[in-house]
Write a protein that binds this ligand. Structure first.
Ligand SMILES: [Ca+2]
Ligand SMILES: [Ca+2]
Length: 281
């Protein structure tokens, strides 16, 4: 520590071009050496300077103090790090304690992504609706009673968060259910997770692995039969399960219309997925 104090003083004195001033201060007040103790967040001594009376603690001296050790995790998603020193005297005329001010950054998950169900393995896992914030609480001073003066600000970091799987193909490679983990950028610890599921076979009413006009025709046919005898006709289970395009639990004309519309859009754009369709309709 002595060596580092000397090197800091030397660097500060030479760097600031105040050799003469310091030398005269030293000779004039050779017997008056004061101790400046820089404290850590727990009030323990972090750094000590022995300073001649009248010495100025200027910004060069302060910036020479290595504060990289003044940083700690308060919990997995909360970090405290040094921001500035509080209580630095203009000129040293007694032993003095200097306290650290800090910035406390807390990452919080405010809202999960909206999309939980997927209908196509060609889809990307959507982050739409996700809200992750960092609350930055900056200490700007210390009151007479020892409490900190702080200011708070919120930074939305949703767009920089990543998911542990980016495509439905990846998420559902072994199961039709998956857990998606949300990672703040540069963090190995997820801020949250949620369940997604893959609903297989929607719109492929005849189960031939391709969605065509025939599927729409089947839905329309069921709806027509049902309309002609609503009290007794029992809708085909497969049509109800895979052809209920608006998910209202019954087969109506709008299911046939929706299926036909999807088929038409898919026909003109092979990249068009059921997820895009449901997200838009
Ligand atoms: Ca089909
Ligand atoms: Ca329906």
């Amino acid at each position: 520590m002595i060596k580092s104090v000397i090197s800091v003083m030397t660097a500060a004195v030479i760097g600031s071009g105040t050799i003469q001033l310091t030398a005269s201060s030293l000779s004039a007040t050779a017997n008056a050496l004061y101790t400046v103790r820089f404290l850590d967040f727990d009030g323990n001594t972090f750094y000590t300077l022995s300073v001649p009376a009248g010495q100025r603690i200027d910004s060069k001296i302060l910036s020479s103090i290595d504060t990289s050790g003044l940083s700690r995790q308060l919990d997995t998603h909360t970090q405290q790090r040094f921001s500035s020193w509080w209580g630095v005297p203009d000129y040293v005329d007694s032993d003095v304690y200097v306290k650290p001010l800090s910035i406390i950054g807390t990452i919080s998950l405010e809202k999960l992504p909206d999309k939980k169900q997927y209908f196509s393995l060609e889809s990307d896992i959507s982050k739409a609706g996700l809200v992750v914030n960092i609350t930055l609480e900056t200490q700007t001073g210390i009151n007479a009673d020892g409490s900190y003066i702080t200011k708070k600000e919120y930074v939305d970091i949703s767009s920089t968060c990543t998911l542990n799987c980016s495509t439905a193909k990846d998420a559902f490679k072994s199961d039709n259910k998956a857990t998606v983990k949300i990672y703040p950028i540069n963090s190995a610890h997820p801020i949250g997770n949620y369940e997604i599921s893959y609903i297989e076979g929607i719109a492929d009413v005849d189960n031939d692995d391709i969605i065509t006009g025939s599927d729409a025709t089947l839905v329309l046919r069921e709806y027509t039969l049902l309309s002609s005898d609503p009290d007794n006709y029992k809708v085909d289970e497969s049509v109800l399960k895979f052809g209920d395009m608006d998910f209202d639990g019954v087969i109506t004309g709008s299911d046939a219309t929706l299926l036909l519309r999807y088929y038409t859009l898919k026909s003109s754009d092979s990249e068009y997925t059921l997820d895009m369709f449901f997200d838009e309709n």
